[in-house]
Write a protein that binds this ligand. Sequence first.
Ligand SMILES: Nc1ncnc2c1ncn2[C@@H]1O[C@H](COP(=O)(O)OP(=O)(O)OP(=O)(O)O)[C@@H](O)[C@H]1O
Length: 337
Amino acid sequence: MSDAAPPAVLVEGLRHAYAGGREALRGVGFRVEPGEIAALLGPNGSGKSTAFRILATLMRPAAAAGPSGRVEVFGACPWENPHAVREKIGVVFQSPSLDGELTAEENLRCQGRLQGLRGASLREAVGLGLERAGLVARRGDRVRGFSGGMKRRLEVAKAMLHGPELLLLDEPDAGLDPAARATLWEQLDALRHGAGATVLLTTHLMDLAARADRLVLLDRGSVVRTGTAAELVDAAGGEAVRLEPADGDAAALADDLRGEAGLSRLRVLPHGPRPALRLRRADAAAWVLGLRERWPDRFSRVSYGPATLEDAFVELIEPAAEVEPAPPARRGRGRGR
Ligand SMILES: Nc1ncnc2c1ncn2[C@@H]1O[C@H](COP(=O)(O)OP(=O)(O)OP(=O)(O)O)[C@@H](O)[C@H]1O
């Protein structure tokens, strides 16, 4: 027997099919080491929430044929030994679990009592929770008046009240503005360093995922790639090119460019000040030069620069449709030409 500490999360060959449905997980495997912040990243329907529910002991996997695979949280199986796993995990669900009529402090105190804390240990845990949420000054305010970011931080503090080793968060960044997402990240990072917690979150946004130590990219129930954000960007390869057509017709430009050799997936960016296309090329500089020679009056602006995690995501994930709209926050970081 080995003395090595078990990984915080070990998933091997995990399969799950919902009753009457197609397989939501098709042999998923990944691991998270203690002290890491890991992100399950993938588009809608890729299986993130299904994996999350299994890890959180809410569901046992059911495969249509053959074994369902192996899952361990610090060495314990969530469906064979759910009590052992529940002691080790804190869970933040997508749906809010706070009572808006109670104050921040009362919410934490109720949770602490449910977990059997009393007297000085309850006061200590609630005080630490308020600190972790950055809400000491607002401890006496009703939660219903809090911003989305404040509520999410309080949810995290509530889930950490019993001192779990692993914090599971299902899309904690959903509905938060960039500033609130940044503050949430600071809270998670502080938990990792201060409480030595391991964090596993699901997301389909890039903000938190790009900062995680380990990303597990899921698509249609399978792991497409694991690694750091930089490794995923490298795996997709190339630089990101942004093209603004002079006549504003990005869809027509996309049609003209389709079929070009060596061209990655095109994205039409309908939002922002002007319609544009974004794509990846291994030979961005030479390709852009050739494009301008071929079509001197076709573009109002052409730029290229380092690819982002979002570019890699588009490249590595099978598109649901040929042309997909980009989120409005997209901004080219390329060098102007
Ligand atoms: N309760 C359910 N019954 C039947 N099918 C389901 C159920 N929940 C999810 N699915 C299906 O399983 C697949 C994976 O869904 P899941 O919710 O795990 O994905 P997800 O990556 O979390 O998506 P989202 O980002 O939209 O939450 C999808 O095809 C989905 O339609």
